[in-house]
Design a protein around this ligand. Structure first.
Ligand code: PMP
Length: 359
């Protein structure tokens, strides 16, 4: 069976080798006669699998013991509340960089728990850009500085690291594992799994343990990072099957040569797609060149009337889920780790044919 190319922003395509392995192991995991999802989370097999997934992630990102690696539930959105609840015990304001729709959602949720300071916002005019940090308000006296390194909807990405005396918290849902990362520059990293990691619902957290003790007294145990850490991410029944799948993805990444190899591939994919967009009068991208995302590439057609035809022809050509987010319109190609260069090449060829027919 040939599978179509799926450019969905999330839940997104997973490596085929991982899906095949999961399929093979579905009815009888490692000779146990059970599916992994049928096994007790307290069994030695499940505990060892969760530990192996954590160890693999630690190798991939070079995460030291100063940081906890946690598997949580409730999607990245539940961390929008967990961040102020875990770090806001001292009553200081919460600082946010507002670069797009996911930052705005995180900020709106934090307002429920304290004072929010918007230290900077991406400009609304085209091309959209992230202001340099010199132009930001200072977050130094805040409980933390939150930013979204990659805005999945807007296609805006930081290619530099903000600095602050306040702990730095990053929603890396759509960019974690796309390239190597200096984890030590961050204090908290969280990511919903459904892009580069595994099934929706699971959240990966990397938390500097030094920050424990700052939680608000009303922080629910299930959202409390210190409590989750002490329970080995098993305070309640964790999403064992999702963690198992994430572990297979981590193993796959290691076999591909790790994150340096992924960065090389991802850079090539993004460069070729942006070159095709920039090389044409027919297609446009709304983001400043320096701030363009490697993972989510929004693009518009010269005439929005053609959007529907573009999408239906793309579908027929096996290029799926290219519709831009409903709030933005246009197109968006999400080109996560599991999208091969061949998918991007096929998209570029399709775009060029479409332009010849319709320009
Ligand atoms: N943050 C970012 C950057 C995202 O892309 C998404 C999902 N697209 C979310 C948060 C929300 O994730 P979830 O649906 O897992 O809550």
């Amino acid at each position: 069976m040939t599978r179509p190319f799926n450019f969905c922003a999330g839940p997104a395509v997973l490596p085929e080798a991982v899906l095949e392995r999961a399929a093979q192991e579905m009815l009888d995991w490692h000779g146990t006669g059970m599916s992994f999802m049928e096994m007790s989370h307290r069994s030695s097999e499940v505990v060892a699998t969760v530990e192996a997934a954590e160890a693999s992630l630690r190798r991939l990102l070079g995460i030291s013991d100063e940081y906890a690696v946690l598997f949580a539930q409730g999607g990245a959105s539940s961390q929008f509340a967990a961040v102020p609840l875990n770090l806001g015990g001292g009553g200081k304001p919460f600082s946010y960089v507002n670069t797009g729709q996911w930052s705005a959602k995180a900020m709106a949720e934090a307002k429920r728990y304290g004072e929010v300071l918007e230290v900077a916002a991406a400009c609304k005019e085209l091309p959209r850009a992230i202001p340099e940090q010199d132009a930001w308000l200072s977050a130094d006296d805040s409980a933390y500085l939150h930013f979204t390194p990659n805005e999945t909807i807007d296609g805006i990405e930081f290619h530099w690291m903000p600095e602050s005396k306040a702990p730095i918290v990053a929603d890396m849902s759509s960019t974690l594992l796309s390239r190597p990362l200096a984890v030590d520059d961050f204090d908290v990293i969280y990511a919903g799994a459904q892009k580069n990691i595994g099934p929706a619902g699971l959240v990966i957290l990397i938390v500097r343990r030094e920050l424990y003790g700052r939680a608000h007294s009303s922080c629910p145990s299930m959202m409390n990072w210190e409590v989750t850490d002490k329970a080995g991410s098993m305070l309640n029944t964790p999403p064992t099957y999702s963690i198992y799948l994430a572990g297979l993805v981590f193993e796959w990444l290691e076999a591909q040569g790790g994150l340096a190899a992924m960065a090389e591939r991802n850079r090539k994919k993004a460069t070729s797609l942006y070159a095709a967009i920039d090389g044409s009068e027919f297609y446009g991208n709304p983001v400043a060149v320096a701030d363009r995302s490697w993972m989510n590439v929004p693009f518009t057609l010269a005439d929005a009337e053609l959007d529907k035809v573009f999408l239906s022809k793309a579908d027929a050509a096996g290029l799926l889920n290219l519709k831009g987010h409903r709030s933005v319109g246009g197109m968006r190609a999400s080109i996560y780790n599991a999208i091969p260069q061949a998918a991007v090449d096929a998209l570029i060829e399709f775009m060029q044919d479409f332009e010849r027919e319709h320009a």
